[in-house]
Design a protein around this ligand. Structure first.
Ligand code: CO
Length: 214
């Protein structure tokens, strides 16, 4: 396919989508443009196969989304911190979902050693986590170790999220806000809950004591 056609097809798809949506729901765009009031913030991987709204069945307006490589929550990342703060303080979402996925190239890269910056630096926290677990996990083979590391990474990022000032302040102000840790299976499309959700400082403290390496 010539390069121009590769990109033109997206705009053609868009026109077709607008026509279809308007035919089925004439008020859709007027309604959607007037406000967003999502109850959920999704923090997931950038992977093109994990599409948050599609896999949760949520229409536009109901899910605020932040994605980066390997669903990392880092307090030094102003992008992720801004999204979290906007979601919690302004939109007052009630749930934040940290979602990893099996077969995550970001996690695998962190496990296989160093790569080039900026990705190398981005994956530093996952590499440290791998350092804590490498010996145990490799006993079951590489595939199992990769899967388990992807799960552990969700737990680590969940706790990192629970330590952000935005989330702490929400809890100190007695807002209802729960943090969830999920994983998505590329092979079957199924989302699974990996850890007990966390909705207060004391629940966070308990989760921290159960997973000291996070
Ligand atoms: Co990924």
């Amino acid at each position: 396919m010539p390069q121009n056609n590769e990109i033109e097809v997206l705009l053609e798809n868009n026109r077709r989508w607008v026509t279809e949506v308007t035919r089925e729901d004439p008020d859709f765009f007027a309604r959607t443009a007037s406000q967003q009031a999502p109850k959920y913030l999704w923090i997931g991987c950038s992977d093109s196969r994990v599409i948050p709204n599609q896999i949760t069945g949520l229409p536009p307006g109901q899910l605020l989304v932040h994605r980066n490589i390997a669903n990392v929550v880092m307090e030094t990342d102003p992008n992720c911190m801004s999204v979290i703060d906007f979601a919690v303080r302004i939109l007052e979402v009630r749930h934040i979902i940290v979602c990893g996925h099996y077969g995550c190239a970001g996690v695998h890269t962190a496990m296989s050693g160093t790569t080039m910056d900026p990705l190398n630096e981005w994956l530093d926290g996952i590499r440290t986590l791998w350092g804590h677990h490498e010996e145990d996990l490799l006993e079951d083979g590489t595939q199992a170790a990769q899967d388990r590391m992807t799960e552990l990474n969700v737990g680590k990022q969940m706790l990192s999220l629970c330590r952000t000032p935005s989330v702490e302040d929400a809890w100190l102000n007695r807002k209802s806000l729960r943090v969830h840790g999920w994983i998505y299976g590329l092979k079957d499309g199924v989302l699974q809950n990996l850890y007990p959700d966390i909705g207060s400082i004391s629940e966070r403290t308990r989760a921290e004591s159960e997973s000291p390496s996070f």
